[in-house]
Structures are given as structure tokens and as C-alpha cells.
Design a protein around this ligand. Structure first.
Ligand code: C5P
Length: 215
């Protein structure tokens, strides 16, 4: 299969040197792309700004903002059988982006924001028989919120991820996740390395593909 994976944060600039972003480091998404290749699939990685080496055999497209990421996903989607949206896409961006660095003295004390497009919702009409996997990074029990997102975004699986535990979520090499599938199916995984979580995720996608129609 051809697996399109997004990873990392996005950056939403207010001027050339300042931006809004989040704590995502891209580790989980890079691990998914590596696991896809290891399992004999083709992987394309759309990466926000991260400092990670491209896994062997993976084609990588670097992006900065949510809108860049949406454009890259839109252009790669027709070739893909699977989309894994690992990226922590910034929900909001500054309403205006200055071409030159803003001077401290001229900056307003309140930053005006506008919403970014939701990538999964925007491309939902093009899903067809493709398998779409999302992530739900939550502080506290992530499973109820993951189940809500599964339905709201029309996904085949959501990886529920508690990002408040020190050994799970952003910037660490381990993760504790639950796979949430339609029909109330849940797979609770123990604390694993992100490489192990990624291998389980790819296996779950293979299982979904085996039971569904081609795109
Ligand atoms: O609604 P929430 O942002 O928590 O949903 C998380 C899932 O949606 C993740 O898979 C994330 O990559 C995706 N997402 C998106 N576009 C956004 C925000 C999140 O596709 N603007």
C-alpha cells in the first residue's frame, strides 16, 4: 500500500521570526513512516518543522504551516491508499503575517487569530475507499474524545494518546495509546516504544485494508 503520513507541529507565523506552534516533535509520525516501509509499504511523510532524520526509504515533503500541510496532503492524496494524520496541526493562526519583523513598540498587546482549516474534514469528501487514521492527543482520558473524533471526522481509526503522562505523548520515545475503531472496538496497548506503537498501527491498518474495498 502507499501510506501518506503527516508528522510534527505546524508553525503559524506572525512575522518572519515569531510563530505559534506546539510541543510535537514528529517522533510518532516518523516512526509510522519507518514502520510502513519496514512492513513493505511505500511511505510519504509530510513533515512540519522538526529536527529528525528522514527514515530510510521514505519520501519526505517539508512544510511549515497548516495551510502548507493541507496543500501537500491534497496533492499526494490521489496516489495514497492510507492517510495517517499524526501531525499536531495548529488550530489557529495569526490573522495577519507581517513581511518584516514587527517592532516591539508597534505590536498590539492582543494577538488576533483566525481558525486554520481542519485537514481531515477538508479532504473527507475525497476519502473514497481510502483508510484514514487520526490521532487524538488529550490531557486526561483520551478515549471518549477519540471516539467523538472518529465519528465527527469519519475515520477508520483514531489513536487515543494521553499527552499528560511523562512517559507518553510529546517529545518522548515511548507512548501509551488506545486504538479506537467504529462499533465501539478498542485496543488498549501497554506502554511501548513509538517504534512498537507504529508497527502495531501499521498492522491494524493492514487488517482494516484486508476487510475493506479497494479505493
Ligand atoms: O480535533 P483534533 O485537532 O484534536 O483532531 C486531531 C486529529 O485531526 C489529528 O489526526 C490531526 O492530525 C487532525 N487535524 C487536522 N487538521 C487540523 C487539526 C487536526 O487534520 N486543523
Amino acid at each position: 500500500m502507499k501510506i501518506l503520513v503527516t508528522a510534527g507541529p505546524t508553525r503559524e507565523h506572525l512575522d518572519p521570526v515569531r510563530f505559534l506552534s506546539n510541543r510535537s516533535t514528529g517522533k510518532m509520525g516518523f516512526a509510522v513512516a519507518a514502520a510502513a516501509v519496514a512492513a513493505g509499504h511505500e511511505a510519504v511523510l509530510v513533515a512540519g518543522p522538526v529536527s529528525l532524520d528522514t527514515p530510510e526509504g521514505v519520501r519526505r515533503i517539508d512544510v511549515v504551516s497548516a495551510r502548507d500541510m493541507l496543500a501537500a496532503v491534497e496533492s499526494e492524496l490521489s496516489e495514497a491508499d492510507v492517510l495517517v494524520m499524526c501531525a499536531a496541526v495548529a488550530d489557529w493562526r495569526p490573522k495577519t503575517e507581517a513581511a518584516l519583523k514587527l517592532k516591539k513598540g508597534t505590536m498590539a498587546p492582543v494577538l488576533e487569530l483566525e481558525p486554520n482549516p481542519d485537514i481531515l474534514r477538508t479532504i473527507a469528501p475525497r476519502k473514497g475507499g481510502r483508510i484514514f487514521v487520526g490521532f487524538a492527543a488529550e490531557t486526561g482520558d483520551p478515549v471518549p474524545e477519540a471516539a467523538r473524533k472518529l465519528a465527527a471526522k469519519g475515520l477508520d481509526m483514531v489513536v487515543a494518546n494521553d499527552v499528560s503522562a511523562p512517559d507518553s505523548g510529546f517529545a518522548v520515545d515511548t507512548n501509551r495509546v488506545t486504538f479506537v475503531r467504529p462499533g465501539g472496538r478498542r485496543t488498549y496497548l501497554p506502554l511501548l516504544t513509538k517504534a512498537e506503537v507504529a508497527a502495531r498501527l501499521v498492522a491494524a491498518v493492514e487488517e482494516i485494508a484486508a476487510r475493506s474495498q479497494p479505493k
